[in-house]
Design a protein around this ligand. Structure first.
Ligand code: AMP
Length: 320
């Protein structure tokens, strides 16, 4: 995840929650992608502090640093190195077609090259570790497809080098929508109170945003005719609670929207409050998070370096 803006319940349900679940089944690397964050201007002081905040949020969510590596992208130079080599096999047309590039570019006065290269760097993040599975939210599916295209192109030019990574999306919560506008994805950068619930929002603020969420003109929940706002609230509840579709129908069919919102707020806060308590404990220990990031980088660096060495050999670049 990019250490920019405030992590919200969409990031949690789309990605972080699955990460916690899969870490007992896979050897996992969880990266804080600061090089991706600077594809648009970031205040340097703020960015620096957001990196450790994000690591603490991973830990508070339940990522176990003994099991999984948590590391910062810029601390392992091989990410940028491999990105350059992959750039050289990537047609620019593939990058210009990316939806996220088009949206972000439209919001900028002048478009930096880094914004276009963003998905190549993401491909490097993944291919560097020969990752089998990448658990992400739905908005990253296109970048994962591109990663496979880049890997395939490299493999066909230079011989079998990269493992093809598969995309893993959560069955519920892969695309959480804005509370104020359920036609757009909940986003860290969207301005305005009432759009998102940030993981570190004070409980009162979080509750208010949910109670004010946009619904529609129907009076009550009708599963045969769900508007996007109501569907989004139900998704948030279901993803946090881990309920089945049958349980959801039994609980919410015919319920008035005001009551639905109260139950959603209670469900979200029942997760947010203990989460925030763990976060405060984690950041109160001086040097704890920095130590975990140092250890994470040291653990993954040999893997990253050996992939770069392999790629260099394949391409005929200079190696000793
Ligand atoms: P980013 O905001 O690009 O740093 O995204 C970090 C992770 O959160 C990625 O795996 C995204 O797919 C996921 N994500 C971001 N926004 C949402 C959302 N609204 N709903 C579900 N997943 C999301």
């Amino acid at each position: 995840m990019q250490p920019s803006g405030n992590l919200h319940i969409g990031n949690y349900l789309g990605a972080l929650k699955s990460w916690v679940r899969i870490q007992s089944d896979y050897e996992c690397i969880f990266c804080i992608v600061d090089l991706h964050a600077v594809t648009v201007y970031q205040d340097p002081k703020e960015l620096r502090s957001k990196i450790e905040e994000m690591a603490a949020l991973y830990l508070a969510a339940g990522i176990d640093p003994k099991q999984s590596a948590i590391m910062v992208q810029s601390a392992v130079p091989a990410h940028a190195e491999l990105a350059w080599m992959l750039t050289c096999v990537t047609p620019v047309g593939w990058l210009e077609r990316m939806t996220q590039f088009k949206t972000k570019a439209a919001a900028q006065e002048s478009v930096g090259d880094g914004l276009l290269q963003y998905p190549v760097l993401m491909a490097a993040d993944i291919l560097l570790y020969q990752a089998a599975i990448v658990p992400v939210g739905d908005d990253q599916s296109q970048h994962l497809e591109l990663t496979r295209d880049i890997a395939q192109r490299f493999n066909s030019l230079y011989g079998d080098t990269f493992v093809m990574p598969s995309t893993s999306l959560p069955s519920v919560g892969a695309r959480v929508m804005g509370l104020d506008d359920p036609t757009v994805k909940m986003s860290k950068s969207a301005a305005g109170a009432g759009h998102a619930v940030a993981l570190l929002d004070p409980p009162g603020k979080a509750r208010k945003a949910i109670l004010r969420a946009t619904t529609d003109s129907n009076p009550a929940v009708d599963f045969g005719n769900l508007g996007p706002g109501v569907a989004n609230l139900l998704t948030i509840f279901q993803a946090f609670g881990g309920w089945s579709d049958e349980q959801m129908r039994a609980q919410f069919s015919g319920l008035r929207y005001g009551d639905l919102k109260k139950q959603v707020a209670d469900m979200v806060l029942s997760h947010l409050e203990p989460f925030q308590k763990r976060y405060r404990e984690i950041i109160s220990e001086p040097g704890y998070v920095a130590g975990i990031l140092r250890d994470g980088a040291a653990r993954v660096e040999p893997v990253a370096d050996s992939t770069v060495a392999l790629v260099k050999r394949r391409m005929g670049l200079y190696t000793e």
